[in-house]
Ligand binder design. Structure first.
Ligand code: NAD
Length: 496
């Protein structure tokens, strides 16, 4: 099956069949590919190639650069089924979510094509007669992208579509757990290149490897921007290294996303919001709903319904019509069990969380999504466990709910379900949610590409995808032009 998809997308067999690094599918733990990882020394070669590409690509007019991304969008439309299925095999996502991830890639390509004609600067009034000021945006340089296993293809496209229209080459280090989808993306990018006239070599390169190789990219002084998506632990290692060489960093790290469920909420809507956000992608989205902060008067009404919905969720092979697929690997399963044990020890009441389908898939890790009723928001809850655990806590008054929402180290996504406009607006106000994403009557996960995506605090502060996130991939220049015959100084300084 893998071979069928890979060859349809134009990936050479030698790239994924003869290597010494095994790629396993989380569906049943079997080996689905053998790739060759790059060495740390390859980073130097790739950066040097990318620098050459940059010199050429930055001079290509932005709308023409957009044409390449338009072609990439077309190729992605053509191979949506194949790439989507490959995402399911490699990351364990259900069919709909694999396809949804590719749709996100298509959407960002469309967005970037429009953007290629809108890399606007400003004109600024000068205080001096016969002078003019403006602000321009120029290509930045080599962009290093590091990505996580759970969005194996979309994160690359969010970065690459924007980086390319902004005039930059990209070096991508995908997660070591998902190298096959990365090879497929590169092959699809090459299909788009083949239809495009005038692109330099090495505009997009992939760097397969683990932490050491990623680290070499991070430390390389000629990589202008490191856009890194993954755990907060990874960001804590990467951020200071990039800062110490005065590089730019865009960090998209862990989340601990909450829903405030108020007495006026439409509970049917909230139930659906909870289910998709908490158990979708088997709880392995950065925006997964991890905390339900429910008013004490509503808890007894909603919780039995959530538990019943959890019971009815089908768990199993992601390509066979189930709603919940596997966890990525055994480590992920043990981390989940550790967190559930810790929650129990601190008084939490756990429902679900056990391994299922073990006899059918002894080498894979399917779990029942867990619900944990907690008396208080303690450190177990404050920590992000990348698995389907939903902590449920109650509140008495709205200020307390807001405080609980914000009292975690992470600041990615948040939402409120309410029909009370005062509550909704307070939640979105300066004293409301402290997250990068704050939604009303929509769950925490499933963002559209048009908005800037990212979060505060330990989530890293970066923004990518829509809005003006493109500015991360360019450098700003302020210009003052004197078209007079005098040389007046600013601030009225007389230097005669
Ligand atoms: P991870 O941190 O283990 O790995 C992510 C990537 O970073 C991998 O490519 C890995 O090889 C690389 N890496 C790790 N340490 C590194 C280092 N010191 N130097 C250079 N590279 C390094 O994360 P994961 O398990 O693949 O993904 C799950 C995590 O990612 C969760 O915490 C999730 O919340 C987060 N995530 C965040 C976003 C977001 O947009 N905020 C999106 C997806 C996932």
């Amino acid at each position: 099956m893998i071979k069928k998809y890979m060859s349809a997308m134009g990936v050479e067999e030698s790239l994924y069949q003869n290597g010494n690094f095994e790629v396993k599918t989380p569906i049943d733990g079997s080996v689905i590919g053998k790739v060759t990882l790059h060495e740390v020394s390859d980073v130097e070669t790739q950066v040097s190639n990318a620098k050459k590409a940059f010199k050429e690509w930055r001079t290509v007019p932005a709308p023409k650069r957009g044409e390449l991304i338009r072609l990439l969008g077309e190729v992605l439309r053509e191979y949506k089924q194949e790439l989507g299925a490959l995402v399911s095999y490699e990351a364990g996502k259900i069919k709909e979510e694999g396809l949804g991830e590719v749709q996100e890639m298509i959407d960002i390509c469309d967005f970037a094509v429009g953007l290629s004609r809108q890399l606007y600067g400003l004109t600024i009034a000068s205080e001096r007669p016969g002078h003019h000021m403006r602000e321009t945006w120029h290509p930045l340089g080599v962009i290093g992208v590091i990505s996580a296993f759970n969005f194996p293809v979309a994160v690359w496209s969010w970065n690459t579509a924007l980086a390319i229209v902004c005039g930059n080459p990209v070096i991508w280090k995908p997660s070591e757990k998902t190298p096959l989808t990365a090879l497929a993306c590169q092959a699809l990018f090459e299909k788009a290149l083949a239809k495009f006239d005038g692109a330099p070599e090495y505009l997009s390169q992939i760097l397969l490897g683990e932490v050491e190789v990623g680290n070499a990219l991070v430390e390389h002084k000629d990589v202008a921007l490191i856009s890194a998506t993954g755990s907060t632990r990874m960001g804590q290692a990467v951020g200071p290294k990039v800062a110490s060489r005065f590089g730019k960093c865009l960090l998209e790290l862990g989340g601990n996303n909450a829903m405030i469920l108020t007495p006026s909420a439409d509970l049917e809507l909230a139930l659906r919001g909870i289910l998709f956000s908490a158990v979708g992608t088997a709880g392995q989205r950065c925006t997964t709903l991890r905390r339900l902060i429910v008013h004490e008067s509503v808890k007894d009404e909603i919780l039995p319904r959530v538990k019943a919905a959890y019971e009815n969720v089908s768990i199993g092979h992601p390509l066979e019509g189930n709603l919940v697929g596997p966890l990525i690997d055994e480590d992920s399963f043990s981390n989940m069990q550790k967190s559930l044990d810790n929650a129990k020890q601190s008084g939490g009441k756990v429902t679900g969380g056990e391994r299922v389908l073990e006899s059918e898939y002894p080498e894979a890790y399917y779990v029942k999504p867990a619900i944990v009723e907690m008396d208080e928001q303690n450190d177990v809850v404050r920590n992000e466990t990348f698995a389907p655990i939903l902590y449920v806590m109650t509140y008495q008054d709205f200020d307390q709910a807001l405080e609980m929402q914000n009292d975690v180290p992470q600041g990615l996504s948040s939402c409120i379900f309410t029909n009370d406009i005062r509550e909704a607006e307070q939640f979105l106000s300066d004293r409301g949610s402290d997250c990068g994403i704050a939604n009303v009557n929509i769950g925490t996960s499933g963002a559209e590409i048009g908005g800037a995506f990212g979060g505060e605090k330990e989530t890293g502060g970066g923004r990518e995808s829509g809005s003006d996130a493109w500015k991360n991939y360019m450098r700003r220049q302020t210009n003052t032009i004197n078209y007079s015959t005098e040389l007046p100084l600013a601030q009225g300084i007389n230097f005669n």
